[in-house]
Write a protein that binds this ligand. Structure first.
Ligand code: 6R9
Length: 569
């Protein structure tokens, strides 16, 4: 099948692949200097896109703003100059601690133009989460809003390297001594800024990712990452010149930077940014209003849209949507079928990690989708499944092993900040081990099983939570669920499912029995939950991932580990 647009079919792209395709498109082939800040702004102006809208922005109060690529160029220069005037040097870590206001997106690129390393942090982080990450990174400057500055003030004394706090909506009366009030709208716009001559290996972004236990790790990326972020944006997200693209991710999460900033603008795409929380109705209204064509979202949101029903969808004109992509968690077959039914378009799954910087495995546009499968490796990515013990590629299809990638793609992290031992520990037999389990089918499609540490061992049999949760979501009363292992005297552990019900359904013994019978037909006896607990909500990370380990730890009376990314703490 031929893929839409001009991105070529999967097979032909795999056959003829070379990363230099992206280098040519970005105009950096054969050049040493590569700067993400420049490529996302000035370069677009130089190729005639200066007057094109780069960003439509709206917040939950209905305030709106629009920036063209030329305005983005000037505004990013202005930020770069501000930091330079304050004495921030190339290589210094500058933390972004803001809601999804335009300054967040602009400052991100401004820091890169200066040669600084961006450290994006969720604005909802508490003091402890902030302090750990900023202490580890020895952050020099933080850019924040009045509503969040208090947290920084309270930890400032404990952060000796933190020289500057810039408050983007502060003024002389509201800021404290030692802080800088800066207002982009009133600032003198900087027409020319000498962009730092960064090269492919110059550090760019430091993204903290929270492991199961221990302290968060900072995955360090480089300017050359733009090569794979650009090409995956073109070929997986299928971004084309007339698109209105909406990436719903917060830049505190890698999806919000790799694809909510870099990929969106390296391709010169108009993107919509919403600074507000989740609401099915609001989201549909925004797609309708901004005529969104490409939508990059996550299973957690898709499940909530499903929960709110099909009737709501019909109230809005969503026919502009032409390509839907999902990331962050396994995408159940039921979600794919639902989106096909209500939007007339299937969500395309994409799999990757903070550490990998770009999409690794996906349902390439035009390729046959097998609902429930993550798809195939991006052209240029060599991915396989390794034996759990020997770490050799499995020759047998259908067998579960570890997802592994051949190192060498442009956006792979270069190290974990201050923690190179953990970084090197991620490689086995020349493969980068993702820490997730999957199986491969005869057509080369990957089927996700679970994170390594979420797999349930019942009577010596390994069961992945995704299989159970996928079956559960097919039941009409289930909005979402989490399957974990709970202690059992005979089988060591058995499956327990925590279930959130859809509106209009109440917990009862009858319903429990009905769900049990429903999934008995779909799953092997081993995967069948022996226990069901109805809950109001599931513990999730700020990027919307279900934190099964928190539920599991309670079952086993064990410590829960690092909770700094928990959504509702
Ligand atoms: C981009 C991002 C990475 C972990 C990853 C895996 C899970 C991401 C997935 C998926 C199944 C998908 N994950 N995409 N699992 N199917 N399509 O999410 O980065 O926050 O670092 O998380 O998320 O477990 O290892 P990050």
């Amino acid at each position: 099948m031929v893929a839409p647009g001009n991105i070529g079919s999967y097979e032909s792209r795999v056959r003829d692949f070379c990363w230099s395709i992206a280098e040519e498109e970005l105009g950096i082939a054969g050049k040493n200097q590569v700067n993400i800040g420049y490529l996302c702004t000035d370069r677009n102006c130089r190729r005639g896109l200066g007057g094109k809208t780069a960003m439509y922005w709206e917040n939950s109060n209905g305030q709106t703003k629009t920036y063209t690529f030329d305005q983005l160029r000037l505004a990013t220069n202005t930020y770069a100059q501000l930091l330079k005037d304050l004495g921030v040097k190339p290589g210094d870590r500058v933390c972004l601690f803001m809601d999804r206001v335009p300054d967040l997106y602009i400052a991100f690129l401004g820091i890169l133009k200066l040669g600084g390393i961006v450290q994006p942090l969720f604005s909802a982080f508490g003091e402890e989460a902030l302090e750990t990450r900023m202490a580890d990174a020895e952050t020099t400057a933080a850019i924040t809003q009045m509503k969040h500055v208090r947290k920084l003030r309270r930890i400032r004394e404990k952060l000796p390297t933190l020289k500057h706090i810039i408050v983007v909506d502060g003024n002389a009366d509201t800021i404290k001594e030692g802080e800088v009030a800066f207002n982009l709208d009133n600032a003198k716009s900087v027409e020319h800024f000498d962009v730092y001559p960064s090269e492919r290996e110059t550090p760019s972004v430091l993204h903290y990712t929270s492991g199961t236990t221990g302290k968060p790790k900072g995955a360090l990326h480089v300017h050359g990452s733009i090569v794979s972020q650009h090409l995956t944006s073109r070929w997986v997200l299928d971004l084309q010149p007339d698109d209105i693209y909406w990436c719903t991710a917060d830049p505190g999460w890698v999806t919000g930077t790799s694809y909510g900033i870099i990929g969106a603008w390296s391709t010169g795409t108009t993107q919509f940014v919403f600074d507000g929380g989740f609401s099915s109705e609001v989201w549909y209204r925004l797609i309708d209003k901004y005529k969104v064509t490409v939508w990059y979202s996550a299973p957690t949101a898709i499940r909530m849209l499903m929960r709110d029903g099909d009737e709501l969808v019909k109230k809005f004109k969503l026919t502009t949507l032409r390509h839907l992509v999902s990331v962050g968690e396994p995408l159940a077959a039921e979600c794919v079928l639902w989106s096909q039914k209500v939007f007339g378009k299937a969500f395309h799954d994409s799999y990757w990690q903070t550490e990998t910087g770009c999409i690794l495995i996906s349902n390439y546009p035009g390729m046959k989708i097998k609902p429930g499968s993550m798809g195939r490796p991006f052209p240029g990515i060599t991915a396989t499944v390794l034996d759990l013990k020997t770490h050799q590629p499995l020759s047998e299809t259908g067998k579960v092993g570890l997802i592994a990638i051949k190192p060498g793609w442009p956006s792979m992290m270069r190290t974990y900040w201050n923690n190179s031992a953990t970084y090197y520990g991620k490689f086995k037999n020349g493969w980068y081990i993702c820490g997730d389990r999957a199986s491969l089918d005869a057509d080369g499609y990957f089927w996700f099983v679970g994170r390594d540490d979420d797999v349930i061992n019942t009577g010596g049999h390994l069961v992945g939570p995704f299989e159970i949760e996928s079956a559960l979501i097919e039941h009409g009363a289930v909005a979402e669920s989490a399957a974990v292992g709970t202690p059992d005297p005979v089988n060591m552990e058995v499956v327990k499912a925590f279930i959130v019900l859809k509106p209009g359904h109440v917990p009862s013994d009858d319903l429990e029995l009905d769900i049990m019978n429903f999934i008995r037909k779909r799953l092997s006896p081993l995967a069948m939950p022996q226990h069901i607990e109805f809950v109001e909500s599931l513990p999730k990370t700020r990027s919307g991932k279900i934190l099964r380990r928190v539920l599991r730890a309670k079952e086993w009376n064990e410590p829960v580990g690092d909770l700094s990314t928990l959504e509702n703490d």
